[in-house]
Design a protein around this ligand. Structure first.
Ligand code: PMP
Length: 393
């Protein structure tokens, strides 16, 4: 066996996807983007229903103007780490705005959401500490655990009793345990039972980090996430999020109720050894955050779209990843061929979605992931539903 022989599985997958012909279902090339909800793919204009553009702000006039002004006044990129020459006033102002939004003392902005989890989890939990992680967490959370010297313990997905049992076995060590969960899970769109989890966390004196990547901007009166929506923010220690979804930029952040979070800047390798997010991205994100905090109407629109799509998809007999409507609607199949056929049929009907197959999915499921945006029109949602109906025939 030589160095490159290990890629047999990937070669097979690539070949079987190529057999589908036409537009690639994975890493789909976008020929031209027209708006937050429309692009040309494979020479045809499509409705985008497979992005994470939940508030639809990527084409917002004020966000674009902020990005353009930042390019004119600060250039296209920072060319340096936050620890060196890449620590611009805009990055610091965005950190202040995020911390103030929650009313906590500290926030650190990272270059991506992926690096945020890597940098925060690995630096917060060290030798002698414990990471209690939901088994279906995003790769960045699992990779953060791998980078940490702490002991990682996985608990069953969205299973507070399983978490409780694991903490019960730890005795006093529970005070050194950081529980890590997501608000909304990106693949199936299901929500963490945060009320139960915060109750357990409090009872054992453990710590809690919630990754609100898919819930920031979407839930809560001010869009601060599922923790805000469920009224459990007071029991959360750290909120992680990304600029790359509701906020329409590139970058990530961690907001901390504890001022000690600031010390991570000196020890977190994914913070130190990489260039900072670009000035236009930071400027657009600052404007998007301003609109998000005041974005009740956008959230309301997104909620209506989600309720309509969930109800119609269930009516058509699709199996959904969760019964509770949210911005992610996963149509689940036990066989890859079913998901692949639906993805292709939706594409043929002018709807771009995400095909997700093992090993990138929980429990070996295959699925078509539809994600909604406040920028979708009622007509767009109608088209998606009609395409789902025609695929059923
Ligand atoms: N956390 C979760 C839960 C995510 O779903 C993602 C992205 N899919 C990330 C973190 C990483 O965010 P980014 O794209 O900004 O790196």
């Amino acid at each position: 066996m030589s160095l490159l022989d290990k890629f047999g599985t990937q070669r097979q997958l690539q070949e079987s996807l190529a057999e589908m012909g036409g537009v690639a279902p994975i890493a789909t090339p976008m020929d031209a983007i027209h708006s937050a909800t429309s692009a040309t793919i494979g020479g045809r204009r499509m409705i985008l229903a497979g992005t994470n553009n939940y508030l639809g702000l990527t084409y917002d006039a004020a966000c674009r103007a902020a990005a353009i002004e930042a390019i004119e006044t600060q250039g296209t990129g920072s060319t340096g780490s936050r620890m060196a020459s890449g620590n611009y006033a805009g990055h610091r102002a965005l950190e202040r705005a995020l911390a103030d939004a929650v009313g906590w003392p500290s926030c650190i902005v990272f270059s991506t959401g992926y690096q945020t989890n890597l940098g925060v989890i690995s630096a917060l939990a060290d030798t002698g500490d414990y990471l209690l992680v939901d088994a279906d967490s995003h790769a960045s959370i699992h990779d953060g655990c791998r980078l940490s010297n702490a002991t990682t313990i996985r608990f069953r997905h969205n299973d507070p009793e399983n978490l409780d049992r694991r903490l019960a076995r730890m005795g006093d060590d529970a005070h050194r345990a950081l529980i890590v969960v997501e608000g909304v899970y990106s693949t199936l769109g299901d929500r963490a039972p945060l009320k139960e989890i915060t109750e357990i966390k409090r009872r054992y004196g453990a710590w809690l980090l919630v990754d609100e990547a898919h819930s920031f901007g979407v839930f809560g009166p001010r869009g601060l996430g599922l923790s805000e929506e469920l009224g459990v923010l007071d029991d959360v220690d750290f909120i992680v999020g990304t600029f790359s979804k509701s906020l329409g930029g590139v970058g990530g952040f961690c907001i901390g109720r504890h001022a000690e979070l600031e010390f991570l800047r000196m020890v977190s390798r994914p913070y130190i050894f990489t260039a900072s997010s670009s000035p236009p991205s930071i400027a657009a994100t600052r404007e998007a955050l301003r609109q998000m905090l005041d974005g009740h109407a956008l959230r309301e629109r997104l909620r209506r779209h989600a309720e309509r799509l969930y109800a119609e998809a269930a009516q058509l007999g699709y199996r959904l990843g969760t019964a509770t409507p949210g911005p992610v609607a996963a149509l689940v199949f036990s066989e890859r061929s079913g998901a692949q056929a639906l993805w292709q049929s939706l594409l043929d009907n002018g709807i771009y979605t995400n095909l997700m197959i093992p090993p990138a999915t929980p429990a070996g499921l295959s699925l078509v992931r539809i994600s909604l945006s406040a920028a979708h029109s009622e007509d767009d949602i109608g088209h998606i539903i009609a395409a789902l109906a025609s695929a059923r025939c």
